[in-house]
Structures are given as C-alpha cells and as structure tokens.
Design a binder for this molecule. Structure first.
Ligand SMILES: *Cc1c(COP(=O)(O)O)cnc(C)c1O
Length: 390
C-alpha cells in the first residue's frame, strides 16, 4: 500500500520533537547538532525566545484576515525591508517558489506594459534552483526537475554557470531579464564572483534587461551581509526572498524597485495567505534582529572561525574532502566521498548536514550558533569523516 504521505521525499528515519538553539532533540531523546537549520530557514535557531514571543503574542490576537484588508504587520515588515535594501516595494508570499513565480510574472508584465509583450526571454544558469512550480522548474531547467513534467513554460534560456562569455554572447536587446542566485545553494554553494555580478549588472543595463536575484537561500544574513549582492556593490531590479525571512514560519517576499514593479497594479497578482498577520509578526522580529550591524558582524566573526576550523578538517581528511567554499555561514564542503554518505555518517555522530549538487555537503547553521557549538560541529564532522576514511 502507498504511504499516506505522498512519497516524494527520501527521508532519514529520525523525527524531532523539540529544539533549542542549534540543537534538535529527537523523539528518543538524542540531541543532534543542527547544521542544516531546516535548509537555511531557522536563522535564529530553534525555539528562539524572541521569535516565540512574537509568534505567541500575535497568535493570541488575530492570525489571518486575507489581503482584502489592511495588514499593519505586513506594512511594518515591508517598511523594514525597504529601509534596509534597494527596494521600493514588497509583495509577500508563503514560499520561495511563489516568490519565483511572481518575479517571472513581474518581468513579463514589465515588458507588456512597455509595449514589448514578446520580450519574454529570461536568461538563467545551469545548476540554478528557483523552486518546484512549473515556472520555476522551467527556469532552472535541469533534467532531474523537469523530466516528465512537460510541456514546459517557454521563455527561458540556460547558460553555463559563471560563463561570462556565454552571457555576453547570449544577452541581446530582446532579453527580458537575467535571473540568478548570487550564491547557488542546491547547485553546490557556488558563489558568483563580485566582479562577474557587477558585469552582469552592466550587461543588463546595456540592453535594458531587468536583473532578478534569487536570494531565497543566500539572503537574510546568511553570507554575512543582509543580502549577498551587497558584496558586489550592485542592486537588482527584483529580488526573491524566503527561507530565513520567517525564521521557520512559512514566509517569502518579492522586493522590487518602483520601475520594475510599476505595472503590478491592483488585480494583477494576489495570495490568500501571503503576508498574513502571524507570518509578518514573526518576519518583522527576524528582520529587527538580523538586519542589525552588530548581529551581522558576529555572523562574519563566527564564519571566519568556522571556516578556519573547516580548512583544518579538510587537510586532515584529504580522501574525504576536497575543499571549503561559500561565504559567511553558507558553507560547502566539496567532497571526494559521496555527500549522501557523509550526511549518513553525520547522523551516526548526531550532526545534521544537507547534501547539494556538485559533490558538496552544505553547512547552513543558525546565524546565532555559538563558538562552542562550532567547535563541537567540527569535532563531530571529524569523527564522521574518520568513519569514512576507515
Ligand atoms: C529553496 C529555494 C527556493 C524555493 O523555495 P521554497 O520555499 O522551497 O518554495 C527558490 N530559490 C532558492 C535559491 C532556494 O534555495
């Protein structure tokens, strides 16, 4: 008989009943050090007291009203996002995928409004991940995601990751937009060089194309800046955010400039749940904490500490690891062994990690992980690697 939950996931045989900071406690009482953070979601760890307070205070008042009415919590979170970024306006979703859908729709509407409705081609990159909707899988285009789900939504062309020559050849005055993750997450923690991102911005400007950044995984302080593109000193026209923004509560957003969003007038897009009072009360608390310079300075200090220890780990296990990459607390261990085997070996040492493409093991701890937990994490990874060495 088929499992009552649609079996689309390869789940590990562990279930958790409680969390404390960077620790997740299984139903049998085992404490796991959580370096996955629910795939870069729990930016402030499990059961963070500030977030629990924000959630429960709002839960006792009103949860959901729909976007038929004003939502002050949504306006407050939009203010925080606009004040801290390039954006002039924000639309709230429940997930990264929905943010990708709106980003694509916004690009199309922009060119339709400009009197150029056939200008629909969006250039994307191999190894990208933008979600699992029909539009988002067409955007990413990998065989693994699209096989059997055709016909795909037209309007995407996939270029080799980081290949600036291919982009220079491919971008034309009929390109609608270029869409990319400043650090590919699922693709294997692959950052684009700052210089390349600046060049992509310049190429977009030279033909009038919009620049869409997917910061669903690399945003919200993950790389040590509030958003990863800040390192390159450029701004996008449209940006997708999700994962970390709700600290574990399902929430996403599309941020845009006034120019990019000008055609999105009343009736052009909507969501029943998107930006409800409960989600936005939590999101606003996350933003207040994460967008603080002192908090981000701590992320960078911890990232440097973690990275230094990981370089030592790689040097100690040259048959298992091939190097460290990433930025801030979005770290990848390039593996010689299969990442899935390392994840499994990690379970035996009671540490949670996440596999990615390109032979990479992802380490995405809560951004407020302690120095002691970083040291403990490396000790456990060392034992996991030793078990594969043997
Ligand atoms: C996870 C992810 C998405 C999709 O987000 P969901 O919340 O799973 O829909 C989109 N883009 C990137 C870069 C992601 O990491």
């Amino acid at each position: 008989m088929m499992s009552h939950v649609l079996p689309t996931y390869n789940r590990a045989p562990i279930s958790f009943e409680k969390g404390e900071g960077a620790w997740a406690i299984a139903t049998d009482g085992t404490r796991y050090l959580d370096l996955g953070a629910g795939i870069a979601v729990n930016v402030l760890g499990h059961a963070n007291p500030d977030l629990v307070a924000a959630l429960t205070e709002q839960a006792g008042r009103i949860w959901h009203v729909s976007n038929l009415y004003q939502i002050p919590q949504q306006e407050r979170l939009a203010d925080l996002l606009v004040d801290n970024t390039f954006a002039d306006t924000v639309f709230f979703t429940n997930s990264g995928t929905e943010a990708a859908e709106l980003a694509i729709k916004m690009v199309r509407k922009y060119w339709d409004h400009a009197g150029d409705p056939d200008r629909i081609e969006i250039l994307t990159f191999e190894g990208a991940f933008h979600g699992r909707s029909t539009g988002a899988i067409a955007a990413a285009g990998s065989d693994k995601m699209v096989k059997g789900f055709g016909p795909l939504m037209p309007g995407f062309r996939h270029l080799p990751w980081g290949d600036m020559e291919a982009l220079k050849q491919g971008i034309t005055k009929s390109t609608a937009a270029v869409m990319l993750e400043p650090v590919q997450g699922e693709g294997g923690i692959r950052p684009i060089a700052d210089e390349d991102l600046r060049q992509i911005r310049a190429l977009c400007d030279s033909v009038g194309a919009l620049l869409v950044l997917d910061e669903v995984q690399c945003g919200m302080g993950r790389t040590g800046r509030l958003f990863a593109h800040e390192y390159a000193g450029i701004v996008p026209d449209i940006m997708m955010v999700a994962k970390g923004i709700g600290g574990g509560f399902p929430l996403g957003a599309v941020l845009a400039t006034e120019n990019a969003a000008k055609a999105m007038v009343a009736g052009t897009h909507g969501s029943t749940y998107g930006g409800n009072p409960l989600a936005c009360a939590v999101g606003a608390r996350v933003m207040e904490i994460v967008a603080d310079d002192a908090f981000l300075a701590e992320v960078n200090r911890k990232a440097a500490l973690f990275r230094q220890k990981l370089e030592g780990l790689v040097a100690a296990h040259p048959d298992v690891f091939d190097g460290v990459r990433g930025q801030g607390l979005m770290l990848g261990l390039k593996c010689r062994a299969a990442p899935a085997d390392l994840v499994k070996a990690g379970y035996a040492q009671h540490i949670l990690t996440v596999p990615a493409a390109d032979s990479t093991l992802r380490l995405l701890p809560p951004l407020n992980i302690t120095d002691e937990d970083i040291a403990e994490a490396v000790a456990r990874l060392d034992r996991a690697a030793a078990s594969l060495d043997a």
